[in-house]
Design a protein around this ligand. Structure first.
Ligand SMILES: Nc1ncnc2c1ncn2[C@@H]1O[C@H](COP(=O)(O)OP(=O)(O)O)[C@@H](O)[C@H]1O
Ligand SMILES: [Mg+2]
Length: 246
């Protein structure tokens, strides 16, 4: 069943000298429970598309329809740089988000600790963001996005600023979280390996104004592991994706 359906969506930004066409008509369907990655050259409108899906930005023309049980009130968003309150602990950052949904006190603490455990940070509940590594801060941001119990998690290059080892580790954790929670995930990335490793489908966008150029359906079994990355099909896919990006 389609969770969200994007039809003929365009985005035109007014600028000082005229306007920028960020998205040419984009058509895309995302199914409930799917893991979809979006790749494309810099400036092709990936972030714009994600922000439109989140309701953070209005599209210019076209239509976005959500399945009956789904809505944009149930969207979690993870940015490239984790946006945390620096004076609040990891747990307090999550409890603060839960409070917005009326979950307070002991109930918030319990739920916050459950989410920290899910992202492997149960030992760091009381740490301040400044006491955590970049990867750990991003995990807090993921836990916070999950605190809204969103049906869909939109992630805009969440691991782009991390070193490769940390990124690989977080990729495995994200796959695990996805398997455990059954969330729908849309991940924007510029790593073809990350896209190939995590996704059910990879959407390739063309240069600005972005359109959907190609969609790959990935056959690799789950759970995936380092062995997946050694498969000849995996290497062929990465080569195809790199070619598409040229
Ligand atoms: N608020 C804005 N005002 C004007 N132009 C914008 C704005 N946001 C994005 N753009 C332009 O739209 C295009 C697509 O941007 P973006 O979605 O950030 O691309 P990507 O995430 O794929 O790198 C770029 O040319 C960018 O400069
Ligand atoms: Mg972007």
């Amino acid at each position: 069943m389609s969770m969200v359906s994007v039809r003929g969506v365009t985005k035109c930004f007014p600028t000082a000298t005229g306007f920028v066409n960020a998205l040419s008509p984009v058509d895309l369907d995302i199914d409930a429970g799917e893991f979809v990655s979006i790749i494309g050259p810099s400036g092709c409108g990936k972030s714009t598309l994600l922000r439109i899906l989140a309701g953070l930005e209005q599209h210019t023309t076209g239509e976005i329809s959500w399945g009956s049980q789904h809505g944009r009130d149930k969207v979690g968003f993870v940015f490239q740089e984790p946006v945390l309150l620096p004076w609040k602990s990891a747990l307090a950052n999550i409890c603060f988000a839960l409070e917005a949904f009326g979950i307070k006190g002991e109930a918030a603490n319990t739920e916050g600790r459950r989410l920290l455990k899910l992202v492997g940070l149960d030992q760091f509940a009381d740490a301040l963001p400044s006491q955590l590594s970049g990867g750990m801060r991003q995990r807090v941001a993921i836990a916070r996005a999950l605190s809204y119990d969103p049906q869909i998690l939109l992630m805009d290059e969440p691991f782009g600023a991390l070193d490769l080892l940390t990124r690989d580790k977080l990729n495995d954790e994200l796959a695990d979280i996805w398997a455990k929670t059954g969330k729908t995930i849309v991940l924007v990335t510029h790593s073809v390996e990350e896209a190939a490793y995590l996704s059910d489908r990879v959407v390739v966008m063309s240069a600005r104004p972005g359109v959907v150029k190609r969609i790959y359906i990935l056959p690799f079994e789950r759970p995936r592991s380092e062995a997946t990355k050694l498969l000849p099909e995996f290497h062929r896919l990465m080569a195809d994706l790199r070619q598409d990006l040229k």
